[in-house]
Design a protein around this ligand. Sequence first.
Ligand code: GLU
Length: 390
Amino acid sequence: MCGIVGAVAQRDVAEILVEGLRRLEYRGYDSAGVAVVDADLELKRVRRLGKVQELADAVDAQDVTGGTGIAHTRWATHGEPSEANAHPHVSGDIAVVHNGIIENHEELRALLQERGYVFQSQTDTEVIAHLVEWERRSSETLVEALQKTAAQLDGAYGTVVVDRKDPSRIVAARSGSPIVIGFGVGENFLASDQLALLSVTRRFMYLEEGDVAEITRREVKVLDVEGNPVEREITESNAEHDAGDKGQYRHFMQKEIFEQPRALVNTMEGRVTDKAVVTEAIGVNAVDILKKVEHVQIIACGTSYNSGMAARYWFESIAGVSCDVEIASEFRYRDFVVRPNSLLVTLSQSGETADTLAALRLAKEKGYMSAMTICNVAVHLWFANLTLHL
Ligand code: GLU
């Protein structure tokens, strides 16, 4: 689950959108994109594989103007990381960004192909764009089209839609993946995380499960899962962008202990459906890789090592998969034997622990079939083909 930002304003929003994406970079992503409706009702879409900075440069070079837009950083789950798979996805006049996973995307894709839609990407997201386009034809409003679309989607998602022909509004739906609306003066915003919007507002409203919202410059309307208008609480945020603040706690360890419930919810949001954990959320090839795993080797340092020891008990007792845990600095300086079909798991809060990174590099050279990294910052982990950002 990655990043979403949206805006409806009188001023040009491209810069606000890109700045919002920058603030979400900590989550990790493989590509980024933006779509803005300009004064001639043209949809200007720019997408780039790689860093938000590359997108920012491209947006600057193309002089993207307009007051209504949506933006996204993608963490690929369906379809490789590429420009063609990057969001926003477009169908006719409709542009869509989406976090999470659409479980029934194959059935929907087949249905939409029968209706004549031609798919431009390998993503599950593109079905949302075509479905909204289809439903828009028989709906009075864009929000109605999104409601009808949401009723057909199975999975955990947050999605935001814009219609090129009507830039006075953007609409959003939340089902398992957070959407927060930010209130400005004569302009409104939305994002998957309030951090993205702290440079433009401090007043926020969180959508609840099943909600669909319509956001204009002056107004925000929310409908619950049954389609009834509802009021959701607006709160004033005193959040700091800097997560490295001890806040009310005596020390960081105490803070982390108290943050555990929230951290778990944040980690699982968008990665679970009512049926199961969505395996693709940790990598495009995760399902195939995990099927083959016969042994797990965990490598970490410090408290990450302690959590690895707890995980070892669960791997063996719940999953029935043998598991070893070792301190990275030991592992990297000894001769180790790689068991067939082993998955190497590195745990590092910062993602920068030098011994852990060195062990990961070495282990891959020595023939581990695959590696998974669990960390809570976005770092370039060159060997891990599976990643869980916390
Ligand atoms: N499942 C979508 C994709 O693969 C969205 C992934 C995300 O949450 O960034 O494009």
